[in-house]
Design a binder for this molecule. Structure first.
Ligand code: WTA
Length: 659
């Protein structure tokens, strides 16, 4: 995409609305102008300042050792991550502060103070020790969104036992592969959790998975739903029987800053997921500092809500580690946003007076589809800042979020980062940055991101290219578990010595950054490079469209052809029926971007296939568009959606007007 001088991408930048921070927000913000210059004077020193906000048992002697691609941060330093997240707050008198306002999907609630959390973590750490867990033992966690999940992660961290949290929506096979890949010895799970109004079992998948994991000797089971579970005597133990009877005292050991904290599996370009390794001191520094600066977090006042699942990196960094290290009061919600009604989130915001909400564009677009009357019926005036993560946010969704959730007063931070980066890398700072709807704007202080062309040279303003990170940062991945070659090949070989993120980006005329999606989602149609995101932006800009996913399907004539999957807003004005709408949409895209970007096919569909974390499964859509057999669907929210879409494809009925 580097030979584009930005013509194709310039359509994205039709957007020229600007939102400066409200003056009162700017005046009181934690991050003040000058922070960029300050960090630029000494990037490593800047991160050292952030690290000093944590409690270290021994100070580091070297802030950064960098032997590309291996970074070590805060070498010689010792700390305990769980102590930093919990105990030190209790010791400084914050024991009664709420760590989590937890709400189960059926409506049950729990208030967990820092003192409660300390007791839970210490008991769990004692129980894990009794079950044979030591520093270095890997522990798999396969849980719903309940407080015990946080306690389990922190108990592992406390013992120096790296955890791998496997999202509860993954299949037994996916769980087994991850357990085997990192050689986990113990699994923590529950009978089930609540989703969409009913108990959804987890234990059967663990039973299936562990049947082919001979090294797993114990399965620790939390009772959440009370549903029947199969029981393997000697292997399975109830949490309430083993954890509850433990002492609430546990002496935390201190570990090296580079001691492994967790392994998080994420998909790459091959079928085998990558085990992304994060370590302790740098990761906690990065997540806590970015949590504080990007979300302007005032722990004495703010109620913070990351509405994501703990099974993903967003949950690790911004439900658990970052917020707890900052002594934050968070909201944690177990279930889906439409149970029992589609205003569940707005009830929660109103009930807990949430000040800061962090979620994904796909969710925002779902709320758009459901209509603005739902949030309008609730008092959302407590909100003061909104965040977005996980995919490029289209200007329409951004403006909707600002208007209907943020009451036109809350700054929005569009935060770009990855499982691999550990924490936020590119984002506005809410008291400083004048935001542009759809732009992630600037690398954070201490981060050196760049946009380069294929030969690795920086592109100028107004040009597109590939996103890279030029210098090491504290939250960076320390490797791919068990596959050092893949680590080097994936991230460090495209441009030797600098980190290749796999995302396309554009630098606008002011030098601000717009993320364009994965570069593997960039299509090449008749030699023209077109971003799937760009076409999606155009489609979603049409008044009838709720959501759109665009893929490049291989085409004998044009190389790739654009196929769009579109969901229509409920009640959208479409008197002439769907045929007319498809024609209109193709014309609309042609108008917005140019005839070259006209989709070959547009399929109207009631839903888009998404992973449980809400990402649209473009790879599957590509298979559907190319009418191949479907690949792995274990991460799908609802596999029937794909079948429904596929059934709608009429082979040979496509128009071919391109080229
Ligand atoms: C995409 C989620 C545009 C990007 C934290 C990245 C984004 C991938 C943004 C990582 C954003 C994440 N704007 N794209 N604000 N945030 N992405 O590992 O393609 O689940 O490479 O981490 O999501 O996804 P992951």
């Amino acid at each position: 995409m580097t030979d584009t001088k930005g013509e194709e991408l310039s359509a994205l930048l039709h957007e020229n609305r600007r939102f400066p921070p409200p003056p009162e927000f700017a005046a009181a913000a934690i991050a003040q102008p000058g922070i960029y210059e300050h960090a630029a004077e000494g990037r490593t020193a800047f991160w050292e300042e952030q690290a000093r906000r944590l409690t270290w048992a021994e100070p580091w002697h070297t802030a950064l050792e960098w032997e590309m691609p291996y970074a070590k941060w805060f070498v010689g330093g010792k700390l305990n991550v769980a102590y930093n997240c919990v105990d030190r707050h209790v010791e400084s008198g914050l024991g009664d502060r709420v760590a989590y306002h937890w709400e189960g999907e059926p409506g049950d609630t729990r208030t967990i103070t820092y003192r409660d959390l300390q007791e839970m973590v210490c008991k769990a750490a004692n129980a894990l020790t009794e079950l044979g867990v030591e520093a270095g033992t890997k522990v798999a966690i396969y849980m719903p969104m309940i407080p015990e999940t946080v306690a389990a992660m922190l108990a592992c961290a406390r013992l120096g036992a790296p955890h791998t949290v496997v999202f509860g929506g993954f299949s037994a096979e996916a769980l087994r592969d991850r357990i085997l890949d990192c050689d986990a010895r113990l699994v923590i799970t529950s009978d089930g959790g609540y989703r969409r109004g009913s108990p959804s079992a987890l234990k059967p998948a663990v039973d299936d998975a562990v049947a082919s994991c001979p090294n797993v000797t114990k399965v620790l089971v939390v009772r959440r739903t009370g549903q029947d579970v199969a029981w393997s005597e000697g292997r399975d133990v109830w949490w309430h029987e083993v954890v509850d009877r433990q002492s609430e005292h546990h002496e935390a050991q201190m570990f090296d800053a580079e001691h492994p904290l967790y392994i998080m599996y994420t998909s790459g370009t091959t079928a085998k997921p990558k085990g992304i390794l994060h370590t302790s001191g740098g990761y906690l520094t990065h997540t806590s500092a970015t949590h504080r600066l990007v979300f302007d977090l005032n722990p004495d006042k703010d109620i913070f809500w990351t509405a994501a699942d703990i099974g993903w990196v967003t949950g690790h960094s911004y439900i658990v580690y970052g917020p707890l290290a900052n002594a934050t009061t968070s909201v944690m919600y177990e279930g889906t946003p439409d149970t029992p009604t589609r205003d569940r989130w707005w009830q929660i915001v109103e009930r807990y007076k949430v000040n800061i909400l962090y979620t994904a564009p796909t969710t925002i677009r779902t709320f758009m589809k459901w209509g603005e009357d739902l949030p309008a019926a609730h008092d959302l005036s407590s909100l003061r800042l909104l965040g977005s993560v996980g995919e490029p946010i289209n200007p329409e969704a951004w403006i909707w979020y600002r208007t209907h959730i943020g009451g036109d007063r809350c700054p929005i931070v569009d935060t770009w980062w990855q499982t691999e980066t550990g924490g936020i890398m590119i984002s506005p700072l809410p008291g400083i940055t004048t935001t542009k709807p759809g732009a992630a704007m600037k690398p954070l202080p201490g981060v050196t991101a760049d946009v380069v062309s294929n030969d690795g040279t920086s592109v100028g303003n107004g040009e597109g290219g590939l996103l890279v990170i030029k210098d090491p940062w504290p939250g960076m991945l320390r490797g791919i578990w068990g596959d050092d070659q893949r680590f080097k090949d994936t991230y460090w070989s495209r441009f030797p010595g600098i980190y290749f993120a796999g995302d396309g980006a554009k630098r606008d005329d002011d030098g601000d950054l717009w993320l364009l999606g994965r570069v593997d989602d960039v299509m090449n149609v008749s030699g023209h490079r077109i971003s799937t995101t760009e076409v999606e932006h155009a489609l979603v800009g049409h008044p009838s469209v709720a959501e759109a996913a665009v893929v490049g399907a291989s085409d004998a004539t044009t190389g790739q052809a654009i196929v769009a999957f579109v969901t229509v807003k409920s009640g959208a004005d479409n008197p002439e029926g769907s045929d007319q709408l498809v024609i209109d949409l193709r014309e609309h895209v042609a108008r917005e971007i140019g005839p070259i970007a006209k989709p070959r096919q547009i399929l109207l569909t009631p839903e888009l296939p998404k992973t449980r974390s809400g990402k649209i499964m473009r790879r599957l859509l590509r298979d559907v568009a190319e009418q191949r057999e479907l690949g792995d669907v274990t991460t799908l929210l609802d596999a029937t959606v794909v079948n429904a879409i596929r059934d709608r494809m009429v082979p040979g009925a496509e128009e071919r007007e391109q080229g």
